[in-house]
Design a protein. Structure first.
Length: 464
């Protein structure tokens, strides 16, 4: 009887994975018109299909060397993973180091700004055949996934091959959590295939335990994004490099609206126009709006909106070098410059927060000591947002009208701006250290080849 039960359980287990693969295939077929539209309209996805099916070039790993494979979905995850990559290279010099991304923007940033890897490629579709092809080429000893990248077939195959797996900078978003709970029995089995969870905070740890993760495998490390910030940019990449395209008068006010979504740009432009009306009688100040939409395909839409609202508008790629922008608004149509551009801001609005998109990273402007405004929807960064508010390091608004008041008020109050900015910078400095804790957890899974480097994993708490 026990053998019958084991065989029956194994059949159910395999059947669930087969059902999962079928569902993902049907979802891809259902979304194919969207992907086709994006390919024809914006040239997205066209060059990545072969790699997503597992057909990586032989040259990626010509000698079939063992490696560490780091996966980061998009721009934010690449920036977080970048803080680990140099240490991984230094501690595991005999292993090759590869980085994969899911999105085109993440791929572009990885190829341009991550120099310590042996290759960059697109993450495979989570089907058994594409996953196996990728693993055969990459030959990882360790697979590192960032934030919420939990893929059942890949993790199952890693377990079968003896590849150690770790989730770093982990979180379970408020949107994903209810969906995972619906399939908790299956998801619990998937979590069993992850050797170590390095999570951002206590809430992420609690959610993982509720979903079935073994508490003994969970370490609260804090957010890698604190460690990923460039506090002192290398020569040629700091304020002066950015300002070569933004040669404003030192007295010119700059509102930077970063990672905005549809619905937010209208509110930002309205607040900016109110600001312009307040300073119309001051010839020494001609405010500038820099607006960076989250999705590159919306650059044209945002530019059109700015013009319709009466702003003379130009794209970042059209700016002359070493000259002041002769416009009211600049649409940032480049990838990877936003973090540096926060340096020139007088006030920053972080998007994805006035509409229910979960919010975005507020640490990038914080490291430069900038006053930050965000909306009510910061669910994906809840612990960080709460810490900033508790320490008087940011302003949260509940509506477009409150956004008007916050931006106009801060622009006219340099003392309050300085107080907010100093508190934000201090909070960033107080909460660094996630990288060392994460590296210690990785070293426990795969002993480093350089044993001089050690660290102690301690519980994380936000320093107030």
């Amino acid at each position: 009887m026990p053998r019958v039960r084991v065989a029956s359980g194994r059949a159910v287990y395999l059947g669930v994975y087969l059902l999962y693969s079928l569902i993902t295939l049907l979802a891809l077929v259902a979304l194919s018109p969207y992907f086709l539209y994006q390919a024809l309209r914006h040239n997205k996805y066209v060059g990545s299909v072969r790699q997503r099916l597992g057909y990586l070039p032989v040259s990626l790993n010509l000698d079939a060397d063992e490696s560490i494979w780091v996966h980061a979905v998009s721009v934010g995850e690449v920036l977080a993973a970048r803080s680990l990559i140099a240490d991984l290279r230094r501690r595991y010099p005999r292993l090759r180091l590869f980085l994969s991304t899911t999105t085109l923007t993440g791929q572009q940033l990885a190829r341009r700004s991550v120099g310590d890897v042996d290759g960059v490629f697109y993450f495979p579709f989570d089907w058994a055949f594409s996953v196996r092809r990728t693993l055969n080429r990459v030959r990882p000893r360790l697979f590192v996934m960032t934030e919420t990248e939990i893929w059942p077939n890949l993790l199952r195959e890693c377990r079968r091959r003896g590849v150690r797996t770790v989730l770093v900078n982990g979180r379970i978003s408020y949107r994903s959590f209810p969906r995972y709970r619906l399939v908790r029995p299956f998801f619990r089995r998937v979590l069993d295939d992850i050797d170590r969870f390095c999570v951002q905070g206590d809430e992420a740890a609690r959610r993982l335990v509720e979903l079935g993760a073994d508490p003994a495998r969970i370490t609260v490390t804090g957010s890698l994004k604190f460690d990923a910030l460039d506090v002192t940019p290398p020569p040629g990449r700091g304020r002066q490099r950015v300002l070569r395209f933004f040669r404003m008068s030192p007295n010119r006010s700059v509102l930077v609206a970063g990672s905005t979504f549809r619905g937010e740009e209208t509110a930002v432009v309205r607040a900016f126009n109110l600001l312009r009306g307040r300073v119309a009688q001051r010839p020494d100040d001609n405010p500038l709006l820099v607006i960076a939409a989250r999705q590159p395909e919306r650059f044209v839409e945002v530019e059109r909106l700015c013009r319709q609202e009466g702003l003379s508008t130009i794209r970042r790629t059209e700016l002359p070098i070493d000259a002041e922008p002769r416009a009211d608004a600049v649409v940032l149509d480049t990838i990877g410059e936003l973090a540096e551009l926060y340096q020139i801001a007088t006030v920053v609005f972080v998007g994805g927060s006035l509409v229910p998109a979960g919010g975005h990273n507020i640490l990038e402007p914080a490291v430069f000591g900038k006053p930050i405004v965000f909306g009510p929807h910061m669910e994906n960064f809840a612990e960080i947002a709460d810490a900033f508010l508790a320490n008087g390091a940011a302003v949260q608004v509940r509506s477009a009208r409150e956004l008007d008041e916050a931006i106009v008020g801060l622009m006219g109050d340099p003392v309050r701006r300085a107080r907010l900015g100093a508190a934000a910078r201090a909070l960033v400095e107080a909460n660094r250290g996630a990288k060392d804790k994460t590296m210690a957890a990785i070293a426990a899974l795969v002993p480093p080849q350089d044993r001089e480097h050690g660290a102690v994993v301690r519980p994380f708490r936000v320093v107030h």
